[in-house]
Design a protein around this ligand. Structure first.
Ligand code: ADP
Ligand code: MG
Length: 255
């Protein structure tokens, strides 16, 4: 079982779309058992899975004695499950500020439930919101790999710079290995890449983390969210970037 957290310190770069489509690709094309965890109170990943839960279930992972069976939901896609969320998560998130060892709450929950998770899932994919709040710090800390998403704006690249710096420092403080392993260029409009963007990327210290295969901006990806029908069902094999992305993520040890 591998845990992958999808992050970025900028919103709208395609994190949720990527988490949904990667999860669906792994379950449909690779026949893997995938568990999605929606940690963004906005609940966009939950909506991709066509769910509208009454409770912020993913926040119950931060409470002792939560039974996994009670918070995991099947989706309309075979082998793809989700721990969904709703906006009430914001309230619970604030309470985490007063917890002891608050960056490692999820780590101890997963340790306690490791056998169940290992026996039932090949991959756990966690979607986050664009911040390093306590919830996300937990999701970053627990990941075997962090995959960062970046669109073709210079702001987005700067946000990657920032998360690299901040997370590297936090890892040292928490005495864990830096687990950022890949960067995916997503929601990417080839016709609008500025010279600044290319230069910034070329001289960045994360150049080698960037996958060769990018995810272009296409209406079909957007449609996948609205209809719940993932890219693997909507886009031909030739046009679908996820075949190469999965290969590259395997090479980088993420999958
Ligand atoms: N490859 C893509 N092509 C076209 N639209 C996309 C693509 N990826 C994401 N989007 C759209 O861009 C917006 C932001 O994407 P989202 O995945 O929600 O970003 P984030 O989770 O980083 O905030 C959404 O409206 C989504 O439908
Ligand atoms: Mg999102």
């Amino acid at each position: 079982m591998k845990i992958i957290t999808v992050g970025a310190l900028k919103g709208g770069v395609g994190k949720t779309n990527f988490t949904f489509n990667l999860g669906a690709f792994l379950s449909i094309e690779k026949e893997k058992r995938v568990l999605l965890i929606d940690l963004d109170p906005q609940g966009n990943l939950t909506q991709c899975c066509q769910l509208n839960p009454e409770k912020p279930f993913s926040m119950f992972l931060f409470q002792k004695n939560t039974l996994l069976k009670n918070i995991i939901f099947e989706t309309h896609i075979n082998n793809l499950s989700i721990i969904p969320v709703n906006i009430e998560a914001i309230k619970l998130e604030i309470q985490l500020n007063n917890e002891i060892s608050r960056e490692k709450i999820l780590l101890s929950y997963f340790r306690e439930n490791y056998e169940y998770l290992k026996n039932n899932y090949d991959y756990i994919l966690i979607d986050t919101n664009p911040s390093l709040n306590i919830t996300n710090t937990n999701a970053y800390a627990i990941a075997n790999s962090i995959v960062l998403l970046c669109d073709n704006s210079i702001h987005s690249l700067r946000a990657i710079d920032m998360v690299f710096d901040v997370w590297t420092n936090l890892c040292q403080k928490m005495e864990i290995k830096n687990n950022i392993k890949a960067i995916v260029l997503s929601n990417f409009d080839h016709y609008k890449i500025s010279k600044d963007f290319k230069k910034h990327l070329e001289y960045s210290n994360f150049k080698n983390f960037v996958l060769k295969q990018e995810i272009r901006k296409k209406q079909k990806f957007k449609n996948s969210e609205i209809t719940g029908k993932p890219a693997i069902k909507l886009i031909s094999k030739l046009e679908n970037p996820y075949f190469n992305i999965v290969n590259e993520l395997e090479e980088k040890g993420v999958l």
